[in-house]
Design a protein around this ligand. Structure first.
Ligand SMILES: [Zn+2]
Length: 68
């Protein structure tokens, strides 16, 4: 009999350091998120990509009303 070994696949999602929230976020692959390919930030002794989450868009919208 073959013994089935179930290996729980851990979901590996990219994490980035949000320079807006100053915290780590999971990258959800939305167009509102920005992860800088060449920007990095140390957080908790680990190096993460620097990025911006969708919160920054909400903030910018409130701060700067769209005026052409
Ligand atoms: Zn954020």
């Amino acid at each position: 009999m073959c013994k089935l070994i179930l290996i729980k696949k851990k979901e590996v999602r990219l994490m980035y350091y949000c320079i807006f929230c100053k915290n780590l976020h999971h990258f959800n692959y939305t167009k509102d998120e920005v992860v800088f390919k060449s920007g990095f930030h140390y957080f908790d002794t680990k190096l993460y990509h620097a990025g911006l989450c969708s919160q920054v868009h909400v903030f910018l919208k409130n701060e700067q009303p769209a005026t052409a």
